[in-house]
Ligand binder design. Sequence first.
Ligand code: KG4
Ligand code: ZN
Length: 329
Amino acid sequence: MIVLGIETSCDETAASVCRSGKILSSIVSSQIIHSEFGGVIPELASREHELLLNEVVNKSLIDSKISLGNLDGIAVTQGPGLSGTLLTGISFAKGLGIGLGIPVIPVNHLEGHIFANFLANDKLNFPFICLLVSGGHTQLWSILGMNDYELLGETRDDAAGEAFDKGARIFGLGYPGGPLIEKNAEGGDPNKIKFPRSLLEDNSLEFSFSGLKTSLLYYMDGFQEKESLLIKDVIASYQQAIIDTLVEKMRRAVKLTGITRCVIAGGVAANLCLREALKHKLPENELIFPDLSYCTDNAAMISYLGELKLQFDEYDSMGFGAIPNLKLR
Ligand code: KG4
Ligand code: ZN
């Protein structure tokens, strides 16, 4: 089967074509318009999607050498995400689907992130633990089979991606913060400053990052660089505090569930220091990391999961709308 995927949940306009579980094309246009505001402006994001969708979809069809007439279905992100941006993608997908007389398959963005791991390793088997770390979510899942997911823990306040973004704002680095923090931490000493790790009660699989951000805010008040303490040391130490917390929770999840296969997903999964720390702290485990291009928002994960759902007849073609706070379970 051949499925076109469309993703517009936030500030990436993306389209992809998947045939029999293989990605033939994946186009992502990141909206740079938001960088001057230090965060995504929803109304601007919707307008940008409207401007870009046609071109992005066209490019993904050209790259995959697939014509509209060859498509068996169109998968589109239903949520979670921004209401207006989701609606832009869904309206586009439905219009195209009705015109072509093919089904439109709603896809949960979070499930898409998790399933991006099958694109990195098509031999990935259930069960596995997934650390889902994006701009809006930080969750630990036990993925037991298709549609059989158990939430083990999630953040009580900020998501890990938000901790990166807010930290970057305090450092004056710009948006999105994750890649900028990772880059500016290079060569810094991650053990120079001991920022708090909010590990909560023993065995807790929940997360909390708001205290860390506040402690950075106080630390940076009146901060002066000197030879023995450079800004890159502070950035590396801040990044390390986030990573240590994520790795410790993954370690606890393995211990509590007895599931040893682990994957990561979402934008923060692109962080190479996180990947190294997981390898270092969980040497006995089977670790699978998605391709860097499939960590941050993309439509490849949507077209891949959409094709699976189409095969299993798991969709309600036109009778669905955007669900900004859509949950996975
Ligand atoms: O999955 P994603 O693209 O969008 C959401 O679904 O939220 O995740 C975006 C988040 C942002 O907070 C961004 O700062 C973070 O992922 N991120 C990173 C890296 N690349 C993106 N965080 C840490 N290191 C990175 N290399
Ligand atoms: Zn995402």
